[in-house]
Design a protein around this ligand. Structure first.
Ligand SMILES: Nc1nc2c(ncn2[C@@H]2O[C@H](COP(=O)(O)OP(=O)(O)OP(=O)(O)O)[C@@H](O)[C@H]2O)c(=O)[nH]1
Ligand SMILES: [Mg+2]
Length: 470
């Protein structure tokens, strides 16, 4: 324990020097975290963000750009040698290919540095030349944030909580049977340990698919390069005797190893260094899946906000040492599935969910905002007459069939509580509406020089996230 604490201190010191060095050169760095659950739109968001920072023709609401103060933007080697680079060129290549396609799924942390040459405004405008500001963008799976709860929990506590939830869930049947059949006080048998871990992982996948969010440990769902390693070969067991070398004792040891070797480095090396954060949420997808999925999403936002409030967790408080994330944007992604006449409603739902989550997490600190965005616009809008009344639709190429189709997803309510209340009271389905979701293929792009890919409100998102620093 003492050793790791000292080692952390040394690391922090070296980092401090590094940062001070960059600041002495007058080159401030902003670290922007981008997170969200699987398939929420992280990769497309970062790709579009970077492309639209390099070519700023479609960024009128990014003030530094519209005031003509951004003299140049370019990609640079990232500062962290051990973190994979966000593969911007490959993702952009997919989106602009013939035919265009969505980028592949990504499963781990990655990072990219965009540097901006920005002319100062206000009083300094005439006195100083352009400064360089580095924007380090860090893409990490939202699932990993949930592991924070483990840091203050013993193996016994985590097991008890997990087994209790598992009792009530259909997906837990196989694992319950596996635990009942296991002799936890017997000497460790690696085959038995692997079987239990596999059954437990199955349960987590089942629970996640059924819309449950509290599926720790996060790496069991997204193992990255740790798949099959002993730190991922453990599972919760009921309390009882735990003689030396027993299955129970070894499971507890591996749980602690997971915390020390997987969770702690992630929070120390990535999370604790973030200045600004965007949390992407597939809100329309959740509404389409029904009230339970919306309720689950709300709970997720409470947990995520909790992670940004260091005072809650002793481990985080030590890591942050008074530093905090300054701004958090909650963005409802894929808004191009809706005609713009409904975007206000989508934003209002996101806003209400954020406010709720903020209250529940008793969160105070960072500035937060909610926004409906589309990182890459895949549809066009049209209004058609139906039974003598106009309806606002979107048109695009369907991903499955490759056919063109116009699509009306259903009317979102003006009052967000019509979505939030049924979700909270455990309704099985929406009362007065059906919402449909469709997957569109990305549209072929022909970009004018100086223009990035078409989007919705990415410029407002960037303005909120970093505009004050430019
Ligand atoms: N229409 C539309 N679809 C989008 C948009 N952004 C993302 N999508 C869809 O959402 C899918 C997931 O987007 P990604 O950016 O790969 O999501 P991710 O969070 O990086 O996903 P993982 O890497 O698997 O965790 C894409 O394949 C698209 O189908 C958007 O702006 N508009
Ligand atoms: Mg991705």
């Amino acid at each position: 324990m003492v050793l790791t604490t000292i080692a952390d201190g040394v690391l922090d010191v070296t980092r401090g020097i590094y940062h001070t060095g960059a600041d002495l050169l007058g080159e401030p760095t902003i670290r922007l975290g981008v997170t969200g659950l699987a398939r929420s739109g992280k990769t497309v968001f970062i790709t579009s963000l970077v492309a639209n920072l390099l070519d700023r023709g479609r960024m009128p609401h990014l003030l530094a750009a519209s005031e003509g103060r951004v003299a140049a933007a370019y990609l640079q080697p990232q500062p962290d040698d051990t973190v994979p680079r966000f593969d911007y060129e490959a993702h952009m290549g997919a989106l602009t290919g013939q035919p265009p396609r969505w980028p592949d799924s990504t499963r781990a942390v990655s990072e990219l540095r965009v540097s901006l040459r920005v002319k100062p405004n206000g009083l300094l405008a005439g006195l100083q030349g352009p400064r360089t500001i580095h924007l380090d963008i860090i893409d990490y799976p939202g699932e990993w944030l949930l592991d924070l709860a483990l840091m203050d929990q013993s193996y016994e506590d985590w097991s008890a909580g997990t087994l209790k939830r598992l009792e009530k869930r259909a997906a837990g049947g196989v694992y319950r049977a596996a635990v009942a059949a296991a002799d936890c006080a017997a000497p460790l048998d690696e085959v038995a340990a692997k079987k239990l871990a596999a059954a437990f992982t199955e349960y987590l996948h089942g629970a996640r698919a059924a819309g449950f969010y509290d599926c720790t440990p996060g790496r069991f769902l997204l193992p990255g390069d740790l798949a099959g390693s002993p730190v991922l070969t453990f599972a919760p067991l009921p309390p009882g005797d735990a003689p030396r070398r027993s299955l129970r004792r070894e499971m507890a040891r591996r749980y602690e190893a997971y915390k020390a070797q997987v969770v702690r480095p992630f929070f120390r090396d990535h999370f604790a260094r973030i200045d600004r954060q965007v949390v992407l949420v597939d809100t329309l997808g959740a509404i389409h899946s029904g009230p339970a999925a919306v309720e689950d999403m709300r709970a997720a936002m409470v947990d995520i906000l909790g992670a940004f409030k260091p005072g809650r967790n002793a481990f985080l408080t030590r890591l942050f040492r008074g530093k905090r994330v300054e701004r958090i944007l909650f963005a409802a992604t894929k808004a191009d599935h809706l005609h713009h006449s409904q975007h206000a409603q989508l934003s209002a739902i996101m806003e209400a969910l954020t406010r709720e989550a903020r209250d529940r997490a008793r969160f105070a600190g960072a500035q937060t905002q909610a926004l409906a965005i589309s990182a890459l616009r895949a549809t066009t809008e049209e209004t058609r007459m139906h039974d003598g009344a106009p309806i606002d639709m979107v048109r695009g190429t369907l991903l499955e069939s490759g056919k063109q189709a116009a699509f009306y997803p259903g009317a979102l309510p003006d009052d967000p509580s019509h979505i939030l209340s049924p979700a909270q009271s455990g309704a099985q389905k929406w009362l007065d509406q059906d919402y449909e979701n469709m997957r569109f293929a990305p549209a072929p792009l022909t970009l004018r020089p100086g223009d990035g890919p078409p989007h919705m409100r990415m410029d407002r998102a960037v303005q909120f996230l970093i505009g004050d620093r430019l």
